[in-house]
Design a protein around this ligand. Sequence first.
Ligand code: GLU
Length: 290
Amino acid sequence: MPQSIFRFAPSPNGRLHLGHAYSALVNQRRARAVDGRLLLRIEDIDLERCTPELEAAMLEDLDWLGLRWDGEIRRQSEHFDRYAKALETLEADGLVYPAVLSRGEIRAMVAAKRQAGEDWPDDPDGSPHYPGDERTLDMARRAALKREAPAYAMRLDMEKALARLGEPLQWSEVAVDGTIGQVTAQPRRWGDVVLARKDVPASYHLCCVVDDAEQEITDVVRGRDLFEATAVHRVLQELLGLPAPRYHHHDLIADDDGRKLSKSRGDVAIGALRQGGAEPADILRLVGLQ
Ligand code: GLU
């Protein structure tokens, strides 16, 4: 059997926190258990929020925790051309379109629809489905819109994509005990997801599937907060002819009140815990992995 390849893929837009540490350590354990490789990918397409200083601090904290990486570190900010190419493929197939409504305009249109009694869906992240109708424009008018609009997002025409692929799409979900089950993807819940913007020619979903394929990832181990996103990833993998890894969505670390930890809560930053005298073994204990 070919060697398993895992990856940890943080975004350096804040300090490393306990939730990251847990995810990285679960990846490390699972990779070790099967004598696999563990890669590090820096998801830094948001060039304003992801700074070299935050990346350096994150690498330092991961190193202190005892994490070691196989192969080169991959930085998404160095591969915008790859993501643009994937987007072009989808665009040439007529599957993505420029959507020009601003966030405020989307909110207002959806509020009006709901006020009028229309049952308008939100996606799993809580954003309303796109209410504009640019998906109906022909290729020439889409091109004109891109030339003329001051700003736009490139959105996937989900219905058209699903009609092309046929359903249902599934993925292999590895349970904690290692057994593998099939999950039926629910991509319709997402509506027309954003794959790129005029100013940032990529998005999390697009970069993630392109990189997982280029890095030949066999096992994606990440938090349950990304479980629903896997449906979008399966659609993109099928449209782009990319292989589908196995997935394991692990539990999220919660604080004493059961809330998901986030980096906005400075008290759980690994750097702060270190400064307070914590040792790596303390971090393992805090995340329940001693
Ligand atoms: N960069 C994402 C995050 O920090 C993780 C993406 C993934 O593992 O697919 O939440």
